[in-house]
Write a protein of this length. Structure first.
Length: 236
C-alpha cells in the first residue's frame, strides 16, 4: 500500500521532472565528486537522482528553519540571467540581502568598507529625495544622478545587509566561486544549488540539481520557502 510519504514524493518527483531539475551537464563535464547524486546518463547528459535531490533539500530546509527561526540572516546570491529576477524577488519578499549583479570582491571579507559605500549611497539618495541637491548646478546634478544610478545597480540588494550574514545561499558554485570562497573565509555555512560540473565538497549544504534553468531554480525556492521564517512568526 502506498503511504502518504510515498504519495508526496511521487508528486514532488513529477513536479521536479516538469521543472527540469533532473538535467545536469554533459558527462564529459561531470565532477567525480558529484557521481553519488547521479542516477543515469541519457544522450550524453547526466541525470540527477531525484531522491538524492529531495534528501538534500530536506536537509537544507531543516537547517534553514532552525537558523532563520533564531533570527539568522541569509544572503542570497545569483548573477546569472536565469536566476537573477527569481532571487531578487524572493529576497525582497523575505527582507533578505541579495546580490544579483556582478559580485563585488570583498563584500564579505572587507565588509566594513563595502558597508561604508552602501551608507554613502543611501545618504546621497536621501539627499536627492529631500531636495538637498537642488543647490547644485544642472551639470553637477546630472553627474550625481549618474553616480546614484550606478550605485543603485551595485548596492540595492546590500541595503538589507547591515551586518555580516549568518548563511550564504547561492546558485552555481562555479559562477560564484569568489562569493563561496569569501563565505568560507569568514566561516559561515554555504548552501548552493549545483549541477553535475560542480564540486559538492566546496560547500556545507550542496543541493544537486539543474542550476541553469529558471523553472528548476523557481521550484527549489518554492520548496524551501516554508523554512524562511522569522522568530515572530513562531506559534507561541
Amino acid at each position: 500500500m502506498e503511504t502518504e510519504l510515498d504519495i508526496n514524493q511521487n508528486s514532488h518527483f513529477k513536479e521536479m521532472l516538469e521543472a527540469g531539475i533532473v538535467y545536469g551537464h554533459k558527462k564529459s563535464k561531470t565532477n567525480p565528486k558529484m557521481r553519488p547524486h547521479i542516477f543515469s546518463t541519457r544522450n550524453g547528459i547526466e541525470l540527477f537522482d531525484l531522491q538524492a535531490v529531495i534528501s538534500a533539500l530536506d536537509k537544507v530546509k531543516d537547517f534553514l528553519k532552525e537558523k532563520t527561526g533564531q533570527g539568522a540572516t541569509v544572503f542570497m546570491v545569483a548573477t546569472q540571467p536565469a536566476a537573477q529576477k527569481l532571487i531578487e524577488d524572493f529576497a525582497k519578499k523575505h527582507n533578505l540581502p541579495y546580490m544579483t549583479e556582478r559580485w563585488l570582491g570583498g563584500i564579505l571579507t572587507n565588509f566594513k568598507i563595502i558597508n561604508q559605500r552602501v551608507n554613502y549611497y543611501l545618504g546621497l539618495k536621501a539627499k536627492k529625495e529631500q531636495g538637498d541637491l537642488d543647490k547644485y548646478t544642472k551639470k553637477e546634478r546630472t553627474k550625481i544622478d549618474k553616480e546614484i544610478a550606478k550605485m543603485e545597480k551595485a548596492f540595492s540588494g546590500l541595503v538589507y545587509l547591515n551586518k555580516l550574514p549568518d548563511i550564504l545561499f547561492t546558485i552555481d558554485t562555479i559562477e560564484h566561486k569568489t562569493a563561496v570562497n569569501e563565505g568560507k573565509r569568514i566561516k559561515i555555512p554555504v548552501i548552493a544549488v549545483m549541477s553535475t560540473d560542480c564540486d559538492p565538497s566546496k560547500v556545507d549544504f550542496p543541493i544537486p540539481g539543474n542550476d541553469h534553468s529558471k523553472a528548476s531554480i523557481e521550484w527549489i525556492l518554492k520548496y524551501l520557502e516554508p523554512a524562511f521564517i522569522k522568530p515572530a512568526d513562531k506559534v507561541q
